[in-house]
Design a protein around this ligand. Structure first.
Ligand code: SAH
Length: 278
Protein backbone atom coordinates (compact mmCIF):
# COMPACT_ATOMS: atom_id res chain seq x y z
CA UNK A 1 0.00 0.00 0.00
CA UNK A 2 2.95 2.32 0.55
CA UNK A 3 3.91 1.89 -3.11
CA UNK A 4 7.15 -0.01 -2.39
CA UNK A 5 6.81 -2.59 -5.17
CA UNK A 6 10.34 -3.97 -4.99
CA UNK A 7 10.11 -4.84 -1.29
CA UNK A 8 6.58 -6.10 -1.69
CA UNK A 9 7.70 -8.48 -4.44
CA UNK A 10 10.55 -9.76 -2.33
CA UNK A 11 8.29 -10.25 0.70
CA UNK A 12 5.78 -12.12 -1.42
CA UNK A 13 8.37 -14.47 -2.92
CA UNK A 14 9.77 -15.02 0.54
CA UNK A 15 6.29 -15.87 1.85
CA UNK A 16 5.66 -18.30 -1.03
CA UNK A 17 8.96 -20.10 -0.50
CA UNK A 18 8.73 -20.32 3.26
CA UNK A 19 7.96 -23.83 4.55
CA UNK A 20 4.30 -24.22 5.54
CA UNK A 21 5.23 -25.35 9.03
CA UNK A 22 6.88 -22.05 9.94
CA UNK A 23 4.50 -19.93 11.94
CA UNK A 24 3.69 -16.55 10.43
CA UNK A 25 3.50 -13.62 12.79
CA UNK A 26 0.44 -11.52 12.56
CA UNK A 27 -0.03 -7.82 12.74
CA UNK A 28 -2.38 -5.39 14.46
CA UNK A 29 -3.80 -2.30 12.81
CA UNK A 30 -5.38 0.34 15.03
CA UNK A 31 -7.93 1.81 12.66
CA UNK A 32 -10.13 4.89 12.95
CA UNK A 33 -13.68 4.24 11.72
CA UNK A 34 -14.69 7.91 11.61
CA UNK A 35 -17.72 9.49 13.29
CA UNK A 36 -20.45 7.23 11.90
CA UNK A 37 -21.11 7.81 8.22
CA UNK A 38 -19.38 4.90 6.42
CA UNK A 39 -18.45 7.23 3.56
CA UNK A 40 -16.07 8.92 5.98
CA UNK A 41 -13.88 5.82 6.33
CA UNK A 42 -10.48 6.40 4.77
CA UNK A 43 -9.52 4.35 1.72
CA UNK A 44 -6.90 2.62 3.83
CA UNK A 45 -9.39 1.78 6.59
CA UNK A 46 -11.64 0.18 4.00
CA UNK A 47 -8.76 -1.84 2.52
CA UNK A 48 -7.78 -3.06 5.97
CA UNK A 49 -11.37 -4.01 6.83
CA UNK A 50 -11.45 -6.08 3.68
CA UNK A 51 -8.23 -7.90 4.48
CA UNK A 52 -8.70 -8.46 8.23
CA UNK A 53 -8.97 -11.95 9.70
CA UNK A 54 -10.17 -10.64 13.05
CA UNK A 55 -11.89 -7.33 13.88
CA UNK A 56 -12.27 -6.08 17.45
CA UNK A 57 -14.66 -3.16 17.46
CA UNK A 58 -16.14 -0.58 19.81
CA UNK A 59 -19.64 0.56 20.62
CA UNK A 60 -19.30 3.62 18.40
CA UNK A 61 -18.70 1.52 15.29
CA UNK A 62 -21.95 1.11 13.36
CA UNK A 63 -23.29 -2.03 11.67
CA UNK A 64 -23.12 -0.13 8.40
CA UNK A 65 -19.38 0.17 8.79
CA UNK A 66 -18.94 -3.44 9.91
CA UNK A 67 -20.87 -4.57 6.86
CA UNK A 68 -17.95 -3.31 4.77
CA UNK A 69 -15.61 -5.84 6.37
CA UNK A 70 -14.45 -9.09 4.79
CA UNK A 71 -17.37 -11.51 4.96
CA UNK A 72 -15.56 -14.29 6.79
CA UNK A 73 -13.71 -12.04 9.24
CA UNK A 74 -14.20 -12.89 12.90
CA UNK A 75 -15.96 -9.88 14.50
CA UNK A 76 -15.65 -9.33 18.22
CA UNK A 77 -17.47 -6.64 20.15
CA UNK A 78 -15.31 -5.22 22.93
CA UNK A 79 -17.20 -1.98 23.47
CA UNK A 80 -18.04 -0.36 26.70
CA UNK A 81 -20.92 1.76 27.79
CA UNK A 82 -20.02 4.49 30.28
CA UNK A 83 -18.91 2.90 33.56
CA UNK A 84 -20.01 -0.56 32.38
CA UNK A 85 -16.87 -1.94 30.78
CA UNK A 86 -17.85 -4.90 28.61
CA UNK A 87 -14.27 -6.12 28.23
CA UNK A 88 -11.57 -4.68 30.50
CA UNK A 89 -8.84 -2.75 28.71
CA UNK A 90 -6.08 -5.21 29.67
CA UNK A 91 -8.11 -8.03 28.23
CA UNK A 92 -8.63 -6.18 24.95
CA UNK A 93 -4.89 -5.68 24.73
CA UNK A 94 -4.24 -9.34 25.53
CA UNK A 95 -6.69 -10.46 22.85
CA UNK A 96 -4.99 -8.26 20.25
CA UNK A 97 -1.65 -9.82 21.18
CA UNK A 98 -2.99 -13.39 21.16
CA UNK A 99 -4.75 -13.08 17.80
CA UNK A 100 -1.66 -11.52 16.24
CA UNK A 101 0.63 -14.21 17.69
CA UNK A 102 -1.64 -16.82 16.10
CA UNK A 103 -0.75 -15.28 12.73
CA UNK A 104 -3.83 -13.16 12.06
CA UNK A 105 -4.25 -9.78 10.45
CA UNK A 106 -6.02 -8.06 13.31
CA UNK A 107 -7.94 -4.81 12.95
CA UNK A 108 -8.73 -2.88 16.11
CA UNK A 109 -11.55 -0.64 14.90
CA UNK A 110 -12.41 2.46 16.91
CA UNK A 111 -14.88 5.28 16.47
CA UNK A 112 -13.39 8.51 15.14
CA UNK A 113 -9.61 8.57 15.38
CA UNK A 114 -7.76 5.96 17.47
CA UNK A 115 -5.50 8.57 19.05
CA UNK A 116 -8.20 11.04 20.14
CA UNK A 117 -9.80 9.86 23.40
CA UNK A 118 -9.62 6.34 22.04
CA UNK A 119 -7.01 4.64 24.23
CA UNK A 120 -5.09 3.92 21.05
CA UNK A 121 -1.88 5.03 22.76
CA UNK A 122 -2.26 2.44 25.50
CA UNK A 123 -2.95 -0.32 23.02
CA UNK A 124 0.01 0.65 20.88
CA UNK A 125 2.28 0.58 23.96
CA UNK A 126 1.04 -2.88 24.91
CA UNK A 127 1.57 -4.20 21.37
CA UNK A 128 5.07 -2.75 21.16
CA UNK A 129 5.97 -4.20 24.54
CA UNK A 130 4.81 -7.60 23.30
CA UNK A 131 6.86 -7.25 20.10
CA UNK A 132 3.81 -7.32 17.82
CA UNK A 133 4.04 -5.29 14.60
CA UNK A 134 1.46 -2.53 14.96
CA UNK A 135 0.30 0.24 12.65
CA UNK A 136 -2.13 3.12 12.99
CA UNK A 137 -4.65 4.33 10.43
CA UNK A 138 -6.14 7.70 11.36
CA UNK A 139 -9.83 8.42 11.22
CA UNK A 140 -12.03 11.49 11.04
CA UNK A 141 -12.46 12.47 14.66
CA UNK A 142 -15.97 13.34 15.89
CA UNK A 143 -15.25 17.07 16.19
CA UNK A 144 -14.09 17.31 12.60
CA UNK A 145 -16.88 15.12 11.22
CA UNK A 146 -19.60 16.88 13.20
CA UNK A 147 -18.32 20.33 12.31
CA UNK A 148 -18.46 19.46 8.62
CA UNK A 149 -21.94 17.97 8.96
CA UNK A 150 -23.16 21.06 10.78
CA UNK A 151 -21.49 23.51 8.38
CA UNK A 152 -19.62 25.02 11.31
CA UNK A 153 -15.92 25.87 10.96
CA UNK A 154 -13.85 25.01 14.06
CA UNK A 155 -11.51 27.90 13.39
CA UNK A 156 -12.39 31.11 11.60
CA UNK A 157 -10.27 34.17 10.95
CA UNK A 158 -12.85 36.43 12.54
CA UNK A 159 -14.13 34.21 15.35
CA UNK A 160 -11.69 31.55 16.51
CA UNK A 161 -7.91 31.45 16.37
CA UNK A 162 -7.66 28.19 18.27
CA UNK A 163 -9.61 25.01 18.88
CA UNK A 164 -9.25 22.68 21.85
CA UNK A 165 -10.56 19.15 22.27
CA UNK A 166 -11.18 18.14 25.88
CA UNK A 167 -12.86 15.24 27.62
CA UNK A 168 -15.75 16.04 29.94
CA UNK A 169 -15.41 12.66 31.56
CA UNK A 170 -14.49 12.94 35.22
CA UNK A 171 -13.11 10.38 37.61
CA UNK A 172 -15.38 9.56 40.57
CA UNK A 173 -18.25 11.40 38.89
CA UNK A 174 -16.92 14.79 40.04
CA UNK A 175 -16.20 17.81 37.86
CA UNK A 176 -13.74 17.33 35.02
CA UNK A 177 -10.30 18.51 36.09
CA UNK A 178 -9.45 21.09 33.39
CA UNK A 179 -7.74 24.46 33.11
CA UNK A 180 -11.03 26.39 33.00
CA UNK A 181 -9.37 29.76 32.88
CA UNK A 182 -7.52 28.90 29.66
CA UNK A 183 -10.60 27.23 28.17
CA UNK A 184 -12.78 30.29 28.82
CA UNK A 185 -10.55 32.45 26.56
CA UNK A 186 -12.25 34.38 23.79
CA UNK A 187 -11.46 33.73 20.13
CA UNK A 188 -11.37 30.06 20.96
CA UNK A 189 -13.52 27.05 20.06
CA UNK A 190 -13.90 24.42 22.77
CA UNK A 191 -15.10 20.96 21.80
CA UNK A 192 -16.03 18.68 24.69
CA UNK A 193 -16.10 14.94 24.08
CA UNK A 194 -18.00 12.74 26.59
CA UNK A 195 -19.42 15.84 28.23
CA UNK A 196 -23.19 15.31 28.10
CA UNK A 197 -23.56 14.23 31.73
CA UNK A 198 -21.46 17.19 32.87
CA UNK A 199 -23.03 19.93 30.74
CA UNK A 200 -24.22 22.01 33.71
CA UNK A 201 -20.89 21.82 35.51
CA UNK A 202 -19.00 22.70 32.33
CA UNK A 203 -21.05 25.79 31.54
CA UNK A 204 -20.88 26.85 35.21
CA UNK A 205 -17.10 26.54 35.36
CA UNK A 206 -16.56 28.42 32.09
CA UNK A 207 -18.81 31.29 33.16
CA UNK A 208 -17.16 31.40 36.59
CA UNK A 209 -13.82 31.76 34.78
CA UNK A 210 -14.89 34.68 32.64
CA UNK A 211 -16.72 33.25 29.62
CA UNK A 212 -19.80 35.23 28.63
CA UNK A 213 -23.10 33.46 29.45
CA UNK A 214 -24.26 34.39 25.93
CA UNK A 215 -21.38 32.59 24.20
CA UNK A 216 -22.94 30.48 21.39
CA UNK A 217 -23.01 26.70 21.92
CA UNK A 218 -24.08 23.76 19.79
CA UNK A 219 -24.79 20.24 20.99
CA UNK A 220 -24.36 17.68 18.23
CA UNK A 221 -25.61 14.16 18.80
CA UNK A 222 -24.81 11.23 16.49
CA UNK A 223 -23.25 13.63 14.02
CA UNK A 224 -22.90 12.49 10.38
CA UNK A 225 -25.49 9.70 10.86
CA UNK A 226 -29.17 9.51 9.89
CA UNK A 227 -30.07 10.18 13.56
CA UNK A 228 -28.04 13.38 13.82
CA UNK A 229 -29.45 16.04 16.13
CA UNK A 230 -28.06 19.59 16.42
CA UNK A 231 -29.38 22.02 19.03
CA UNK A 232 -28.00 25.51 19.48
CA UNK A 233 -28.24 28.07 22.21
CA UNK A 234 -26.18 30.03 24.72
CA UNK A 235 -23.59 28.82 27.19
CA UNK A 236 -25.75 29.50 30.25
CA UNK A 237 -28.38 27.11 28.79
CA UNK A 238 -26.02 24.23 27.99
CA UNK A 239 -27.60 21.86 30.54
CA UNK A 240 -31.09 22.89 29.49
CA UNK A 241 -30.26 22.15 25.85
CA UNK A 242 -29.09 18.65 26.77
CA UNK A 243 -32.24 17.92 28.80
CA UNK A 244 -34.81 19.64 26.60
CA UNK A 245 -33.26 18.06 23.51
CA UNK A 246 -33.30 14.58 25.06
CA UNK A 247 -29.60 14.26 24.29
CA UNK A 248 -28.29 10.84 25.34
CA UNK A 249 -25.10 10.72 23.30
CA UNK A 250 -22.75 10.13 21.75
CA UNK A 251 -22.68 13.89 21.55
CA UNK A 252 -20.26 16.77 21.45
CA UNK A 253 -20.59 20.12 23.18
CA UNK A 254 -19.20 22.89 21.00
CA UNK A 255 -18.63 26.20 22.75
CA UNK A 256 -17.54 29.41 21.02
CA UNK A 257 -18.66 31.97 18.49
CA UNK A 258 -18.43 29.52 15.59
CA UNK A 259 -21.29 27.51 17.14
CA UNK A 260 -23.67 30.23 15.95
CA UNK A 261 -22.85 29.15 12.39
CA UNK A 262 -23.98 25.56 12.91
CA UNK A 263 -27.03 24.39 11.05
CA UNK A 264 -29.50 23.28 13.72
CA UNK A 265 -32.49 24.05 15.88
CA UNK A 266 -32.35 26.86 18.43
CA UNK A 267 -33.32 25.94 21.98
CA UNK A 268 -36.20 28.46 21.84
CA UNK A 269 -37.54 26.80 18.69
CA UNK A 270 -37.21 23.27 20.01
CA UNK A 271 -40.71 22.94 21.49
CA UNK A 272 -42.32 24.25 18.29
CA UNK A 273 -40.26 21.84 16.15
CA UNK A 274 -41.23 18.91 18.36
CA UNK A 275 -44.90 19.90 18.24
CA UNK A 276 -44.77 20.00 14.46
CA UNK A 277 -43.10 16.57 14.36
CA UNK A 278 -45.70 15.02 16.69
N1 SAH B 1 -11.95 8.39 19.20
C1 SAH B 1 -13.22 9.07 19.06
C2 SAH B 1 -13.73 9.61 20.38
C3 SAH B 1 -14.04 8.55 21.42
S1 SAH B 1 -14.69 9.21 22.90
C4 SAH B 1 -13.08 10.20 18.04
O1 SAH B 1 -11.96 10.51 17.61
O2 SAH B 1 -14.10 10.77 17.65
C5 SAH B 1 -16.41 9.07 22.63
C6 SAH B 1 -17.04 10.42 22.46
O3 SAH B 1 -16.84 10.90 21.14
C7 SAH B 1 -18.52 10.47 22.65
O4 SAH B 1 -18.87 10.52 24.01
C8 SAH B 1 -18.89 11.76 21.94
O5 SAH B 1 -18.57 12.87 22.74
C9 SAH B 1 -17.91 11.73 20.77
N2 SAH B 1 -18.51 11.21 19.54
C10 SAH B 1 -18.14 10.12 18.85
N3 SAH B 1 -18.88 9.97 17.73
C11 SAH B 1 -19.75 11.02 17.71
C12 SAH B 1 -20.77 11.43 16.81
N4 SAH B 1 -21.05 10.74 15.70
N5 SAH B 1 -21.47 12.55 17.11
C13 SAH B 1 -21.19 13.26 18.22
N6 SAH B 1 -20.24 12.92 19.10
C14 SAH B 1 -19.52 11.80 18.86
Amino acid sequence: LAGDDADAREAMIDAINRPQTEKQTGVVHLVGAGPGDPDLLTVRALQLLQSADVILYDRLVSDEILSRARRDALRLYVGKAKSAHAVPQEEIEQRLIDYARAGNIVVRLKGGDPFIFGRGGEELDALRAAGIPAFVTPGVTAAVGCAAAAGMPLTHRDHAQAVTFVTGHAKNDGEPDLDWNALAAIGHTLVVYMGVAKADAISGKLIENGASPTTPVAVIEKGTTADEKIIKGRLSDLGVIVRAGGIKGPALLVIGDVAAKARGVLLEELAAVERRAA
